[in-house]
Design a protein around this ligand. Structure first.
Ligand SMILES: Cc1cc2nc3c(=O)[nH]c(=O)nc-3n(C[C@H](O)[C@H](O)[C@H](O)COP(=O)(O)OP(=O)(O)OC[C@H]3O[C@@H](n4cnc5c(N)ncnc54)[C@H](O)[C@@H]3O)c2cc1C
Length: 345
């Protein structure tokens, strides 16, 4: 059976790995050239030779299954324990440890967060730079052999026996809208279209060769910055590098503002939090994540269409939570269920 998965993020690749291990042919279609979706790494700096995590900065588990997955990644050398304490900054100053955050070990990827996606992609056929623009459920008696046709923006098509949409809800909702006017698909569209997202700006900054600060990350309470990650403490970057994320309110207010203005506001805030040096980097790069965090979620771990002849499921971080852990659990739960239901004879 060919299972097509749209989206090579944590949810899609987790489901893909398990279904491939059960004997299915899994094809993952990914519009970008990377693996891991929002678990992402950029080459930045003047010579584009410095790796920085400009999406999720670290992994942490609350539940058992995600902790087991993290342990597997640590065993394989993909992750390493990063810290068990973050700093905190507010109008009263800088604190070595967060006053209210319950701390446990969090994990970083020495070779970049996208190595998590690369690790998971070994079991499946990932087709990068492949943007799915529409899905069609094939009518009985048509010339197509399989119940799903996926249309790409480059006009190519893929036939599949089962389909999983593992994109942010907004994109899943858009794809569901392109399907024929089938009632079960419409029901899924109605559910996914209720999900909203918060945006985030991330700024990657390099300071040349400087002493690396002792803190690994700092949670901040101010008008601009929400979190600062000390990227140099994750890997042997030759220079001091940090990634700063803006908070929800700033990201919303500045979403359509000139990026140069955003950078200035962020640099000014960094110099207030960390010291003057932080506002005068040798280089910096800004990225805008329009769909960084789901601001609401659905309680189910996955959604499934009731049409048995054309299996279709939806997974992602907004199902059963709104975090990287819920993305993983969503992919895992669907794959366990479909492993039984679509078992290879
Ligand atoms: C800056 C930042 C910081 C974050 N910090 C944290 C944190 O501290 N803790 C936490 O729990 N979470 C955090 N998150 C959120 C976390 O990264 C996500 O919840 C999780 O990675 C989502 O995984 P996913 O597989 O559901 O979706 P994604 O990672 O978004 O994967 C979906 C994939 O689908 C692809 N795609 C979309 N549409 C199409 C299409 N039409 N055709 C082909 N491919 C398509 C996308 O390119 C993407 O690769 C952060 C996110 C960001 C951006």
């Amino acid at each position: 059976m060919i299972i097509a998965i749209v989206g090579a993020g944590l949810a899609g690749l987790t489901a893909g790995k398990i279904l491939a291990q059960k004997g299915h042919e899994v094809i993952v279609l990914e519009k970008s050239r990377g693996f891991g979706g929002r678990l992402s790494t950029r080459y930045a700096g003047k010579d584009l030779d410095v790796k920085l995590d400009h999406g999720t900065p670290y992994l942490e588990a609350n539940g058992e299954s995600f902790q087991l997955f993290i342990n597997e990644l640590v065993d394989k050398g993909v992750l390493a324990p990063w810290t068990d304490s973050f700093g905190f900054h507010n109008e009263e100053g800088f604190f070595e440890s967060h006053p209210s955050r319950e701390m446990k070990t969090v994990y970083a990827a020495p070779n970049g967060m996208n190595s998590v996606g690369k690790y998971l992609s070994r079991w499946v056929d990932v087709r990068n730079n492949t943007h799915v623009s529409g899905i069609t459920m094939v009518a009985p008696g048509s010339k197509w052999k399989r119940p799903w046709i996926l249309n790409m923006t480059d006009s190519s098509v893929l036939e599949a026996d089962a389909l999983i949409l593992a994109t942010p809800a907004i994109q899943a909702s858009g794809l569901l809208q392109t399907a024929q006017d089938e009632t079960p698909v419409r029901a899924l569209h109605a559910l996914t279209s209720t999900i909203k997202y918060d945006a985030t700006f991330t700024m990657m900054l390099g300071y040349g060769e400087m002493d690396i600060p002792g803190w690994k990350g700092v949670y901040c309470q101010n008008d601009v910055i929400g979190f600062i990650s000390n990227e140099s403490s994750k890997r042997n970057n030759q220079e001091l590098t940090i990634v700063a994320q803006t908070n929800k309110q700033f990201s919303y207010t500045y979403r359509d503002v000139d990026p140069a203005v955003v950078k200035t506001r962020m640099s000014d805030a960094l110099s207030q939090i960390l010291g003057k040096w932080a506002g005068v980097p040798k280089w910096s790069q800004l990225h805008f994540w329009r769909y960084a965090h789901a601001s609401n979620s659905l309680k189910q771990h996955f959604l499934e269409s009731s049409q048995e002849e054309a299996p279709l499921a939806i997974i992602g971080d907004y199902l059963g939570g709104n975090s990287m852990e819920s993305a993983y659990v969503s992919g895992l739960k669907l794959a366990e269920y479909w492993s039984e239901k679509l078992s290879v004879k």
